[in-house]
Design a protein around this ligand. Structure first.
Ligand SMILES: Nc1ncnc2c1ncn2[C@@H]1O[C@H](COP(=O)(O)OP(=O)(O)OP(=O)(O)O)[C@@H](O)[C@H]1O
Ligand SMILES: [Mg+2]
Length: 328
């Protein structure tokens, strides 16, 4: 389980160290930075999948992700508000990190030193440093694997072994060190991060894939856009916590019953029997809120829970009285 998340110099988040519990709910006004927190977690996940540089480029480049606040405002100078932002002499870095009960991981990214030859990749960010340490807060003594620019080294007993001296600045050590025997922590942490699950944008529009009959295969994990909803619900019915599924449905839609139409070798679809209706409604007929609720149930009652699940704006199109399925 993640116990702490740390973000520095990322969009509206100048400096944040956030202790995490088993369930964390982030609320706040529009534009207060909730989605930025979500995006920072996604960037961390991209690190282990080898896509952090590309993900930053998609966001408009590292330059646009720096905290755009003042280095020091007049009110900060007068001591009326705490000093925020970086000291002008500080080198700009985007810093991301987290800790679990067993490990900590941190990465810092910055702009490259200008090269003496022309290149089209002048603005590609570089990974400046990465570190994995043992349980607890970061201390030099608890470092297990460390990268400084192109050099990656791992602790072995009382000494350090260099794993790579020419690490590419655009690749995390999760991707460049293919020698898990020398640094098992890298493989362990990569598997941990790879199991994180993000749900940002369920498709519930009229043409959404989950409104079309879908080829059904056993699906312990709901696809990030919800396309395999019928298979995921059927999987929960067969091997998951079906009582929780029934209770969550009853909670939001009293008297209703869910059925998955799953003809052998055919296409799967969802049917919802609702109180007072003479025939079940198919997935194409369900309201936006009903469909989103079913998607949330399928995501949260997964028979294969990940080490971290992050939902951005899960309450959209749900009425306040329609309690989310994680209640209690
Ligand atoms: N580089 C940056 N530096 C400082 N602030 C930034 C930067 N980029 C974006 N922001 C701020 O982040 C805010 C957007 O944050 P975010 O999208 O996380 O809001 P939110 O809490 O998810 O809001 P909503 O409820 O509307 O979705 C904007 O108000 C913008 O001012
Ligand atoms: Mg948002």
């Amino acid at each position: 389980m993640l116990t702490t998340l740390a973000i520095g110099n990322y969009r509206s988040i100048n400096h944040l160290v956030l202790p995490l519990g088993q369930l964390n709910l982030v609320t706040g006004a529009n534009g207060s930075g909730k989605s930025n927190l979500y995006k920072a977690l996604r960037l961390l996940a991209e690190t282990a999948q080898g896509g952090v540089i590309e993900a930053l480029a998609r966001e408009g480049g590292l330059d646009s992700t720096w905290w755009a606040g003042p280095e020091m405002s007049a009110r900060m100078k007068r001591g009326e508000v705490p000093i925020q932002g970086q000291h002008p002499s500080d080198v700009k870095r985007l810093r991301l990190g987290f800790a679990t009960e067993d490990f900590g991981f941190a990465i810092s990214l910055g702009l490259p030193i200008p090269l003496p030859y022309p290149t089209a990749f002048m603005l590609d960010p570089e990974i400046k440093s990465e570190a994995i340490w043992g349980a607890g807060a970061y201390r030099p003594a608890s470092l297990l694997v460390e990268r400084k620019n192109a050099v990656v080294r791992a602790r072995e007993g009382n000494s350090w072994t260099v794993l790579d001296q020419h690490a590419d600045s655009c690749e995390s050590f999760f991707n460049i060190v293919g020698r898990p025997r020398q640094a098992p922590e890298i493989g362990e942490l990569r598997a941990f991060i790879n199991s994180w699950r993000f749900y940002d944008h369920f498709r519930i529009d009229r043409d959404a894939p989950c409104r079309q009959p879908q080829l059904g295969t056993r699906s312990p994990v709901l696809h990030h856009d919800g396309r395999n909803l019928a298979s995921a619900l059927q999987t929960i019915i067969e091997i998951g916590e079906v009582e929780d599924l029934v209770a969550a449905l009853e909670d939001a839609f009293p008297g209703s019953r869910l059925e998955i139409d799953a003809p052998p070798g055919g296409l799967f679809s969802v049917r919802l029997y609702q109180h007072g209706l003479l025939r079940p409604l198919g997935d194409a007929e369900l309201s936006y809120g009903t469909l989103r609720y079913l998607l949330l149930m399928a995501a949260l009652l997964t028979p294969r829970p990940p080490s971290l699940m992050v939902l951005n704006e899960p309450e959209t199109s749900l009425q306040p009285t329609c309690s989310p399925p994680w209640r209690g």
